[in-house]
Design a protein around this ligand. Structure first.
Ligand code: NDP
Length: 294
């Protein structure tokens, strides 16, 4: 049984990015610049943004954090987005979601310049993804695809089941699997799917993104299938040193004995998300350099 090591693969990609950045700087070009926008004081959001900063440092990117109070008015926030869109020193940025209730997520995401939309949440970028055009790809599904590609998991002609239909994970992942560079046969499941176990147990590759800690047990899995766990949760565990443990949507211990390959949590898909955010920023920087040179 193969344990797919996302930490190792993410480190390899980051080393490749760092080499490209060094070559850019040696040529006198600017380092890629990724900005992150955070509204309010949510601890998890702050941790993610801190991690962006740290990862940018690791690969030689410039990073900026824009922190706004939770009571910022929607029109003021949209003006701040205008500023980021216009700033020629920023290659791309992400907006940490969810935003406070009085700010419309849809309005804000549509306001982001698609060329700087590193999360690929803008409708134009989502549309290009659906059309199979060359475009930024959302970090988690992109990371998932890159992880299995580098781990040597073939998708062509495979029966792939994607559990979850969110706009940030399930739907774009299914869309990427069905494109002609992946050629999978795809079934998408959600909370209203009937006979879920039976459908999952037919999958050659089962992708799980449902936000339900350890729900997927061995009876959802075909023998020798590949299981990709995208879920991530911190659950209380009095026996753990820190009082909690990290787990996915898959019951790893139950499933591991039945499948041919599996991603662990932590250390599977998780590290790939950040890495793909960096990859999008590198792409944005290269596109900007082409404009400067032309
Ligand atoms: P959402 O809550 O937005 O979507 C969950 C999806 O799963 C929905 O489509 C929902 O169906 C479906 N679902 C929920 N419960 C069930 C069930 N019992 N049976 C079948 N389908 C079900 O979650 P996200 O897509 O944002 O995230 C999914 C998981 O991935 C989470 O664990 C999250 O923490 C993790 N995640 C990990 C990332 C990483 O970097 N590794 C990044 C982003 C997310 P319906 O549409 O009908 O409600």
């Amino acid at each position: 049984m193969q344990i797919i090591d996302g930490k190792k693969i993410a480190a390899e990609i980051k080393a490749e990015i760092a080499n490209e950045v060094k070559a850019m700087i040696d040529k006198g070009e600017a380092a890629p610049h990724l900005a992150a926008v955070i509204v309010g004081d949510d601890g998890a959001a702050q941790t993610y943004v801190d991690s962006i900063k740290k990862n940018c440092q690791t690969v030689g990117f410039t990073s900026s954090i824009y922190h706004f109070p939770a009571d910022i008015k929607e029109d003021e926030f949209l003006k701040a987005i205008d500023f980021l869109n216009a700033d020629i020193d920023i290659d791309g940025y992400i907006i940490q979601l969810p935003l406070p209730k009085h700010i419309s997520n849809d309005k804000v995401l549509a306001h982001v310049d698609p060329a700087k939309d590193m999360d690929c949440f803008h409708p134009a970028n989502m549309g290009n993804l659906l059309l199979g055009k060359d475009c930024y790809k959302p970090a988690t599904p992109h990371g998932t695809m890159e992880l299995i590609r580098r781990a040597g998991i073939e998708t062509e002609g495979k029966n792939c089941v994607v559990l979850g239909r969110s706009n940030i994970v399930g739907k774009p992942l299914a869309m990427m699997l069905v494109q002609k560079d992946a050629n999978a046969t795809v079934t998408i499941c959600h909370s209203k799917t009937k006979n879920l176990k039976r459908i999952c147990a037919k999958a050659d590759i089962l992708f799980v993104a449902i936000g339900q800690p350890e729900m997927i047990t061995a009876d959802y899995v075909k023998k020798d299938a590949v299981v990709i766990d995208i879920g991530i949760h911190r659950i209380e565990d009095p026996e753990a040193e820190k009082g909690y443990r990290i787990c996915g949507d898959v019951n790893y211990n139950d499933v591991a004995g039945k499948c041919s390959a599996i991603t662990p949590v932590p250390g599977g898909v998780g590290p790939m998300t950040m890495t793909c955010l960096l990859l999008n920023t590198l792409t944005a920087r290269k596109k900007r350099q082409l404009t400067i040179n032309s």
